[in-house]
Ligand binder design. Structure first.
Ligand SMILES: Cc1cc2nc3c(=O)[nH]c(=O)nc-3n(C[C@H](O)[C@H](O)[C@H](O)COP(=O)(O)OP(=O)(O)OC[C@H]3O[C@@H](n4cnc5c(N)ncnc54)[C@H](O)[C@@H]3O)c2cc1C
Length: 446
């Protein structure tokens, strides 16, 4: 094969889709698991269907939107986002920073005062450029919003202090706050939900997010399942698999987490190995509650900045798409960052008790089952050294005919639409690259 793709998540499948269009029959896809989709997979249990991590679709690229619509035969539902922040016992509309009207009075005063002070300082240009996320938050939103939401929420999600985070991920993920919006919401006491990068979103009508992975998969070469790449020889251009098989390649597209790829590759200078070992990321525990009662509220997800709640977000998949729960049932997913593996039982008990206190579960007998899934890789942490380290590693790999793409391959906080867009854009560049390796033949595993 001329091109080998490692990983059949949405990035690997999208790269395959582009190669299928450009040069069918010249590539092969290898996946360590038994199904396609990676993070974009959906499970079916006791009549419930849920994504292994909750997903919705939003598109920044029109081409990607058209492609997704075409391959799903337009079978998408469109929903106006209903997102909230739970704070001091009340639901504040998302984003927190423009809904100061919904805050308790003393907090409102602190947030508004801090916001106005920050706004004036920005206008008179008295501050130097922020050098990290923590500084940006204080300069842009002011001390109150930083203290009550931005700092605690982001610490919970990323597991590091905001000062350790860079600024290269905030667009599109952190909506800004215009003075006019903040004041008009305060005066009119109205909620404007239409801010941020996903004021509405899409979701497959049937089959959960996996419907998308499967639709792409049907249009590409057959995936070779249960082929975990364990050794990549960058000199000889060969990949060895856990099952004993081996293949050669001219070009390699990898969607493995970047540190895992470097660990498995031979011929990487020691200095670059050290760079890869310094990359940081979060793991995730996702607890999905399958309930025999419908949900009490119609919202889609809620952020939790406060420490008494172990999760940073609750998602309500059956409100995103009714098809996911059986008639009269409901689904809740609780997302916990960096859980200690030996404390998962205890965490589940705490989450259940929080859901009861919050009124999302009225009685333990409402629970049909709780599905616990642990993800070793969830968010690549955008620390201050990430961009430099990743650039060095990707440049080195590309000089060896290896393209590391996707959320974990390119080590970037990104979503499905950017995974698809980036894979489609990368494919022609990869094809244009000069062939450097030995063309190998697949060997059948013993
Ligand atoms: C909590 C959470 C919520 C999210 N919510 C959204 C959302 O609402 N909307 C949205 O657009 N995006 C969302 N995302 C992001 C989205 O899930 C990812 O951007 C996307 O799924 C990444 O796809 P990928 O193919 O790059 O990576 P992956 O899905 O991780 O795919 C990589 C594949 O490589 C395989 N692999 C790994 N190692 C090997 C090996 N050694 N050999 C062979 N195969 C291997 C894996 O099994 C996997 O199939 C969310 C992510 C998280 C963590």
């Amino acid at each position: 094969m001329q091109t080998i793709i490692l990983g059949a998540g949405i990035s690997g499948l999208s790269a395959a889709y582009a190669l299928e269009k450009a040069c069918p029959g010249t590539y092969a896809i290898y996946e360590q698991g038994a199904t396609v989709g990676g993070l974009c997979r959906t499970q079916q249990v006791d009549g419930f269907r849920f994504d292994i991590v909750s997903h919705v679709l939003h598109f920044r690229s029109q081409e990607t939107e058209h492609l997704v619509r075409r391959i799903l035969d337009d079978a998408l539902i469109r929903q106006e986002r209903s997102a909230w922040t739970y704070f001091q016992g009340r639901y504040v509309p998302y984003p927190f920073q423009t809904h100061l009207n919904a805050l308790p009075k003393p907090v409102q005063a602190a947030c508004l005062g801090g916001f106005l002070k920050a706004w004036i300082k920005r206008k008179i240009g008295s501050e130097r450029e922020p050098g990290n996320f923590g500084e940006w938050v204080e300069q842009y939103f002011g001390r109150g919003i930083a203290q009550y939401f931005m700092r605690p929420y982001n610490q919970k999600l990323w597991g590091v202090e905001p000062e350790q985070l860079s600024l290269d991920w905030i667009r599109p993920f952190v909506p800004g706050a215009e003075l006019g919006q903040v004041l008009s919401n305060l005066v009119s006491n109205r909620n404007h939900h239409q801010l941020g990068y996903n004021p509405w979103f899409f979701y497959p009508k049937q089959g959960g997010i996996q419907a998308l992975s499967e639709a792409v998969c049907r249009r590409v070469a057959q995936v070779q399942f249960e082929h975990e790449a364990v050794e990549i020889d960058l000199e000889r251009h060969t990949v060895r698999f856990q099952n004993g098989g081996q293949t050669g390649y001219e070009r390699l597209i990898s969607t493995l987490p970047l540190p895992a790829l470097i660990e498995r590759a031979s011929g990487v200078p020691e200095e670059l190995r050290r760079e890869a070992a310094e990359l940081r990321w979060t793991s995730l525990l996702n607890l999905t509650y399958c309930l025999r009662r419908p949900l009490a509220r119609r919202c889609h997800w809620v952020y939790f900045p406060e420490a008494e709640y172990p999760f940073f977000r609750l998602v309500f998949p059956s409100n995103i798409c009714g098809e996911l729960a059986p008639e009269g049932g409901g689904l809740i997913a609780a997302e916990i960052s960096n859980p200690e593996p030996e404390r998962e039982e205890e965490l589940e008990r705490r989450v259940t008790s929080c859901l009861e206190r919050l009124g999302w579960i009225s009685h333990p007998s409402d629970i049909v089952r709780v599905v616990r899934i642990h993800f070793p890789y969830a968010y690549p942490v955008h620390d201050l050294e990430r961009a430099r380290r990743v650039r060095r590693l990707l440049d080195f790999l590309e000089s060896r005919q290896v393209w590391s793409i996707g959320r974990f391959g390119a080590w970037r906080y990104s979503s499905i639409d950017s995974a698809i867009t980036e894979a489609l854009e990368a494919a022609p560049r990869i094809l244009e690259s000069s062939p450097g390796g030995v063309l190998g033949n697949d060997t059948t595993p013993p």
